[in-house]
Design a protein around this ligand. Structure first.
Ligand code: ZN
Length: 315
């Protein structure tokens, strides 16, 4: 298990033991930022739960093949519709839970982006968690534990998926022949999230896009008024996901903050004198607030323009 997936040793141990001892919990909650292999690990675990061979997952049996082709009748993959997991999807899940597994001993439900569930949806999910069915396994994937009700968290086994530390990160990307600066940039851009880093390596245009993104932000900080709306149009034209816009901004402003505090940091130095320590701090807080309001279907473009105009007014 987990031969080709980078996963924390502790999590790996828990999941492998669950399979080898055939003691699979009713509910698991995988928590961590984007790009930490939460979904990849969940799929691997689900494959192992449903695999019919000794060496699980074998990737050869009918069950494994069906999961690879995304047509296993006992694996239900629940993805957000229009940005969030809806109460109707959870009701449908509950209905399916009452039907016996078709081909295996278990029926497995994977709820992706659980952080997008509103309170009513979470309460509906709670019902399913309170009436455990021994044939049902639920895996919730969430970017943060704070967006889930404590009553939900208390009913599942929580596994934390963390970004990698610098040394481990370097090991993981060692076969890409990057120089020190390349590793530094990649680490910053991916924030140590290995799946994200590998995506960037496979799509070098992502780095160019980020450079362009940073140029816009720097020019906005330098009070180039036209840039706010040009930037807003640019992110729309390039279909940059809202989440990525905020992540990139967070990376950029964190670097500016470090440059403001420490003299020997180059990244962000170019603009750090335009803003005070307090205003950088405020901006970072605004970005974080905006991140947590994403699930409420806000008018993102309007909110981001407001934030950028505010940045220009900061001193
Ligand atoms: Zn198999």
């Amino acid at each position: 298990m987990f031969k080709n997936i980078t996963i924390d040793e502790k999590n790996k141990d828990i999941l492998i033991k669950a399979i080898s001892k055939d003691r699979i919990n009713h509910c698991y909650i995988f928590v961590g930022p984007t790009g930490t292999n939460k979904r990849e690990s969940a799929i691997e675990f689900i494959k192992a739960i449903l695999c019919t061979e000794e060496e699980k997952p074998c990737n050869k049996c009918i069950s494994c093949v069906k999961i690879n082709n995304n047509n296993h009748p006992d694996f239900i993959d629940i993805l957000p519709t229009e940005n969030s997991i809806k109460i109707s999807q959870l009701r449908e899940m509950q209905r399916k839970m009452n039907i016996k597994p078709y081909e295996s001993n278990y029926k497995v439900f994977l709820i992706n982006n659980s952080e997008t569930m509103g309170i009513p949806a979470q309460n509906s999910l709670l019902k399913s968690l309170e009436e455990p069915n021994s044939r049902v396994v639920m895996i919730l994937i969430s970017k943060s534990s704070q967006s889930l009700l404590p009553t939900i968290l208390s009913r599942g086994q929580i596994l934390h998926f963390n970004p990698l530390g610098r040394i481990k990160f370097e090991e993981e990307v060692s076969n890409y022949n990057l120089n020190t600066k390349g590793i530094e940039d990649l680490y910053n851009l991916s924030q140590g999230c290995i799946a994200k880093a590998k995506y960037i390596l496979d799509n070098p245009e992502e780095i160019l896009k980020f450079d362009k993104f940073r140029d816009y932000i720097y020019n906005i900080i330098k009070r180039d008024y036209n840039k706010v709306f040009q930037f807003s149009k640019w992110i729309k034209d390039n279909s940059i996901p809202n989440e990525d816009v905020l992540n990139n901004m967070l990376i950029i402003f964190k670097n500016i903050l470090y440059a403001r505090i420490q003299v020997d940091i180059n990244e962000g130095k170019e603009v750090s004198d335009y803003l005070t320590y307090e205003s950088i701090h405020d901006i970072i807080q605004d970005i974080i607030d905006l991140q947590s309001s994403l699930k409420y279907n806000i008018n993102f473009q309007l909110q981001i323009e407001r934030l950028l105009l505010k940045i220009q007014e900061e001193k």
